[in-house]
Design a binder for this molecule. Sequence first.
Ligand code: FES
Length: 125
Amino acid sequence: MYSKKVMDHFRNPRNMGEIPDADGVGTVGNPVCGDLMSVHIKVKDGRINDIKFKTFGCGAAVATSSMVTELAKGKTLEEAEKIGRSDVADSLGGLPKVKMHCSNLAADALHAAIEDYRKKKKAER
Ligand code: FES
């Protein structure tokens, strides 16, 4: 049912945890399954220098958030903003239909973290 890549990211999640002095934090939840995901980013020279995730979710949520951190690390904010919901699932070799929302959650949390960063930046000015 799950691709090898999904299982790999589920068993060995990359970039799990929090960044205490994060520049941006995005937390999103899915009202249907009740799962929660948050992404912390550290930004340097317009790039995502460090990224970590935390999830209270299913196995697919762990795998998709792990993948989204790998996709976004080192990217400029503009590039990371373009990482869409289906990119996460595609990079994992696909997801079962009923689990697509888990990958949406991961992309949404990343975008929310970038938005949070931009808002904070504006407030500083
Ligand atoms: Fe809700 Fe996977 S079942 S995030």
